[in-house]
Design a protein around this ligand. Structure first.
Ligand code: NAD
Ligand code: SSN
Length: 461
């Protein structure tokens, strides 16, 4: 592959054909990033914060253009794409502030003539690899804390959606970041994975993507003991307790589930509803889902865009066929609008009932607009089913009871919990997963820690 062909997933039209970086060119960028670290780490936190604020201002000025770029290459509705630009910028704003709070400490010495000082230092050159589902926000939530900490940064965006990243990096340079401090590269994942993991100059890898690729990167990085942040796959449950506010649960389920047509790592993948309220809930949810308009995200009225590509579409169809063959009942959806020749794929929002544990969608991430519904009769049973997965990213639950809510929260093994809340993400909170959903957190005060080393100085005076 010498060129990366970027397509509009809503139409299959080619948006751009960009030459990919050669192995040699990638190695040169890594060397430049490592060299730039020597001076960048010496800049003051206030200087770095000011550059981040200048970058943020330029992104805000170009909000509409960036939003349209996201919709064009990713497919999500324009309103959501503009929301993603705001979300992406919020990480830059947050870490421009956090840059100034990289506090150290002093430790009382065990003898009178010693003084001990603990400082925090930037790790070095960071290699980032990002997915196509949030082309702006997954990049800035890595770049902003890395740059704030004093690290230099190289990102490899997904081949499906590199245009947003390329534009964001241009704006960073326009804002005043030296070229070698923040860079992007364009190449296929395995090539970049191979180079990043084998390069001693790359001191940290931060990855957002699928669990198998994350595991592979971790294995290879062991050779040079790199720092790692892993934001991997999810398999989020929603538990609807018997006393839940059903209208609220319906509204929040729709928000959580159909964002980016279900192609979101925190997207609910399994809906567990108490048997006594299941019929009422399914009826209300179906009415609401029936109102969702599917189509090209550039049309402001559409709320559910296309699936990113044929591979993603085939996975969804395969899971649906498997579920129906094993006895699931289609309440709404299971319909498709696609054209393999043109290369676009839409899936109608789908609700399935009579879902059982042996169905593929109860074990694997679907990454599509599909809601499988399972009933339960006791909350312990629901918690067990929810936890019965190697993943542990996000989980949601709906109950009006304070005691029940706390009981469920304490029982769930997930890094992010939404109680009566389908939208828990934000720059100010620690985002990340347990078990095979990842290592480390992005966002919040936790999000800068993975870019810092601890150094302590012991002085005899
Ligand atoms: N936990 C989170 O914060 C989070 C956020 C968004 C997406 N995700 C996950 O990402 C996945 C969807 O993205 P995807 O299907 O594009 O994932 P993917 O792992 O196939 O690709 C993600 C990125 O990794 C690159 N890549 C592929 N193979 C590689 C290799 N061998 N070495 C290095 N890089 C490689 C790709 O080019 C892309 O840039 C889902 O599993 C989703 O849950 C997780
Ligand atoms: O897909 C993963 C990111 C979604 C989010 O940050 O809420």
């Amino acid at each position: 592959m010498t060129n990366c062909i970027v397509k509009n997933p809503a139409t299959g039209a080619v948006l751009a054909e960009i030459p990919i970086d050669s192995v040699e060119a990638i190695k040169v960028k890594i060397a430049e990033g490592a060299e730039a670290f020597k001076s960048w780490k010496k800049t003051s936190a206030h200087e770095r914060a000011a550059l981040l604020m200048a970058w943020s201002a330029l992104i805000k000025k170009n909000r509409q253009q960036l939003g349209e770029l996201i919709t064009a290459e990713n497919g999500k509705p324009i309103k959501e794409a503009l929301g993603e630009v705001d979300y992406a910028v919020s990480y830059i704003d947050w870490y421009a502030e956090e840059a100034k709070r990289m506090y150290g400490r002093t430790i009382p010495a065990h003898v009178p003539n010693k003084r001990i000082i603990v400082t925090r230092e930037a790790i070095g050159l960071v290699g980032a690899i990002t997915p196509w589902n949030f082309p702006a926000a997954m990049m800035t939530r890595k770049a902003a804390p890395a740059l704030a900490a004093g690290c230099t940064f190289i990102v490899k965006p997904a081949e499906e959606t590199p245009l947003t990243t390329i534009r964001l990096i241009e704006l960073a340079h326009e804002a005043g970041f030296p070229t070698a401090v923040v860079q992007s590269i364009l190449a296929d994942g395995p090539t970049v994975g191979e180079i990043f993991t084998s390069s001693p100059e790359v001191r940290k890898i931060t990855f957002t993507g699928s669990t198998p690729v994350g595991k592979w990167l971790m294995e290879r990085s062991a050779q040079s003991v790199k720092h790692m942040t892993m934001e991997l796959g999810g398999h989020a449950p929603i538990i609807i307790a018997e006393d839940a506010d059903l209208d609220l649960a319906v509204e929040q389920t729709v928000i959580a589930k159909f964002r980016n047509a279900g192609q979101t790592c925190v997207s609910p993948n399994r809906l567990l509803v108490h048997a006594n309220i299941a019929d009422t809930f399914v009826e209300k949810l179906t009415k609401r889902v029936d109102l969702l308009r599917v189509g090209n995200g550039m049309d402001n009225h559409n709320e559910v865009g296309p699936i990113i590509n044929k591979k993603g579409f085939d996975k969804i169809v395969n899971q649906l066929n498997d579920a129906v063959e094993k006895g699931a009942k289609v309440v709404i959806g299971n319909e498709f609008d696609f054209d393999e020749g043109a290369d676009y794929y839409f899936v109608q929002p789908t609700i399935l009932t009579d879902v059982t544990a042996d169905m593929k969608m109860m074990q694997e991430e679907t990454f599509g607009p599909v809601i499988p519904i399972v009933t339960f009769t006791s909350i312990d049973e629901a918690i067990d089913v929810a936890n019965n997965t190697p993943y542990g990213l996000a989980a949601y639950f709906f109950t009006e009871s304070y005691k029940m809510g706390n009981y469920i929260a304490e029982g769930l093994h997930f890094g992010i919990l939404g109680w009566n809340d389908g939208a828990p993400s934000g720059a100010h909170v620690p985002f990340g997963g347990m078990k095979e959903s990842g290592i480390g957190r992005e966002g919040g005060s936790e999000g800068i820690e993975p870019y810092l080393e601890t150094k302590y100085l012991s002085m005899t005076i």
